[in-house]
Design a protein around this ligand. Structure first.
Ligand code: VG1
Ligand code: CO
Length: 549
């Protein structure tokens, strides 16, 4: 029976949930916020109201397995039924990675998808929860659409929800809720089939059989079942190649952020004599990746550039690449490869949704972000396991160790040293004062020489989408020293407590004697210069960044 549930108007006017605005990647809040009566319902009804295309069509639902995932999925299914969605596809156990949701939407011509995830943010009853809404192309809804949804959350007075029975999420198969067909599917199968089309599974299997070793850490988040199926069952890697592959509601108390801090054990392992040839980790919802080889860490910016240089060797990309895109703070290593290949390189604001128009228009084949996110035209989200398989395929096809591939790349194209410094949980006004302080110096900066580099531009990044003409403003501040270096400052759009200030440092070197510096040594002059320019300590009281990656 589908009875419209009417939320009393009084409740709306005293509690308009003023904070349901989407950030860089969906809406993220503490679990307790999502558990407030009608909070999730308010948001979901606003989505159904603003996206009438969902009526009579298919909706894909999945999540990263974190605490509250199952409850949220039941609510979403019941509301989809009451709002006239024809079919819901939901992953078994509620588990579907972000890139796999993107693929399922495209494969089944769904009108959209919901991903319940706050990515790497800590999980559990005291942790975070999140909602991402993806549209028919498989990518996250753009800002115009999410702003409309946000506005709607403040207007609605009621929502529709079915009062039928709960769906058994653990049993695969078809059932019905009111007029809606609900199918619980294997969240891995279609994704694994897609990977088989893109990569040379025969060659990778042979490489592993010959003794090529891989170590992949799922960090107790969503990629465990994917890695088990693909790396172990399909490619023949021994079971001990996988670490932490059981998805847990609290991610085992860990922080599934694949970087040198939270996956330091992989860095340590890569520096031992018995290191596997490829070491990798993925994040909470499976869209990011960290890549290491024996004795070498591949920075995300390098990974993007090197993938661009080798991609044509892989079956799914044998015709080469149409172009590359990187988010503005990502280092310019990809630009160098793009110029070498004679293809365009686009610079977009942070957040994967900005790549989707370029992918849809075939302007780019590959794109990436400094935050350990890489992906391609195969879906409309970044894809952690895809990047790991791409690298595995490159190792198998070139027969060269990762370390040698990296040095050869730097010798040919030069090296971009890169680091990000995060200051977490700052009072919002203090974080803003750092940005304002830098902005105030913009007019005076060009032409001045600082730390041996001359400023060629200082501005606030804005992006005009070349496909739909939309403009995104206030996307971060940048101080550019020609090709030699860049300093970038922006505020995070994914944090749930206070403001997170991110500082990005980039330095480019081409001469042979400067290709093997430590990142720290290479960037030290830039960090010193930033201290003077930004006065972070003076303005925020913080002596050092909380996280350096
Ligand atoms: C961060 C990263 C950004 C990434 C976003 C979502 O955003 O910097 O590159 O796209 O997280 O990734 P911000 O606004 O906090 O800097 V994920 O894996 O958390 O969905
Ligand atoms: Co993620």
């Amino acid at each position: 029976a589908c009875k419209p549930h009417t939320m009393p108007l009084r409740e709306i006017s005293t509690k308009p949930y003023p904070d349901q605005k989407f950030g860089t990647a969906g809406l993220r809040k503490k679990v307790a916020v999502f558990q407030q009566p009608h909070y999730l319902e308010n948001l979901l009804q606003s989505i159904f109201d603003c996206v009438p295309e969902l009526k009579g069509k298919t909706l894909v639902i999945g999540g990263d397995g974190r605490y509250h995932n199952r409850a949220a999925i039941q609510t979403a299914i019941a509301m989809a039924a009451a709002n006239g969605v024809a079919k819901v596809l939901v992953g078994q156990g509620g588990i579907v990675s972000t890139p796999a949701v993107s693929h399922l939407i495209r494969l089944h011509a769904a009108a959209g998808g919901l991903v319940f995830s706050a990515s790497h943010n800590p999980a559990g009853p005291d942790g975070d929860f999140g909602v991402k809404f993806n549209i028919a192309n498989g990518g996250q809804a753009g800002e115009t659409s999410t702003d409309r949804i946000f506005a709607r959350t403040r207007e609605i007075a009621s929502y529709r929800i079915s009062e039928g029975p709960k769906i058994d999420l653990d049993r695969r198969g078809l059932s019905r809720l009111d007029q809606t067909e609900v199918e619980v599917i294997d969240g891995v199968a279609d994704y694994a089939a897609l990977m088989q089309k893109l990569f040379d599974f025969e060659l990778m299997r042979a490489w592993i059989k010959r003794g090529g070793r891989v170590c992949f850490d799922s960090m107790h988040a969503v990629t465990g079942p994917y890695a088990q199926r693909i790396l172990v069952e399909q490619l023949g890697a021994p079971a001990h190649s996988l670490l932490n592959s059981q998805p847990l509601e609290d991610f085992g108390g860990g922080h599934p952020d694949p970087n040198l801090i939270y996956a330091k054990h992989l860095l340590d392992l890569s520096n031992t004599a018995t290191s596997p040839a490829l070491l990798a980790a993925s994040d909470g919802d499976g869209d990011r990746n960290m890549i290491l080889g024996a004795g070498v860490f591949i920075s995300p910016g390098d990974s993007l550039a090197m993938l661009a240089a080798h991609l044509h060797k892989l079956p799914g990309y044998k015709n080469g690449i149409a172009g590359i895109a990187r988010s503005m703070p990502t280092c310019r290593a990809a630009d160098v490869v793009a110029a070498h290949l004679g293809v365009p390189c686009y610079e977009t604001p942070t957040g994967w949704k900005f790549f989707c128009n370029l992918l849809d228009a075939d302007r780019i084949t590959l794109c990436g972000e400094e935050s350990f996110g890489t992906g391609s035209i195969h879906v409309r989200e970044k894809d952690g396991l895809w990047a790991v398989l791409a690298w595995l395929n490159i190792l198998a096809v070139t027969g060269q160790p990762l370390r040698e591939l990296a040095s050869a790349h730097w010798r040919q194209h030069g090296r971009h040293y890169y680091q990000r410094h995060d200051y977490d949980e700052l009072p919002t006004d203090k974080a803003a004062s750092v940005l304002e302080g830098l902005k105030a110096q913009f007019a005076a900066l060009p032409g001045t020489t600082l730390g041996g580099w001359t400023v060629t531009a200082a501005d606030e990044f804005a992006y005009d989408d070349p496909i739909d003409g939309s403009r995104a403003t206030a996307q971060g501040l940048r101080v550019v020293f020609g090709d030699a270096a860049r300093l970038i400052v922006r505020l995070s759009g994914t944090g749930t407590k206070g403001a997170t200030l991110r500082l990005y440092f980039e330095r480019y070197e081409q001469s042979a004697d400067k290709l093997d510096m430590s990142t720290r040594e290479a960037l030290n002059p830039l960090v010193t210069l930033a201290d003077k320019l930004l006065r972070v300590t003076e303005l925020t009281g913080r002596k050092a960044p909380d996280v350096v990656t």
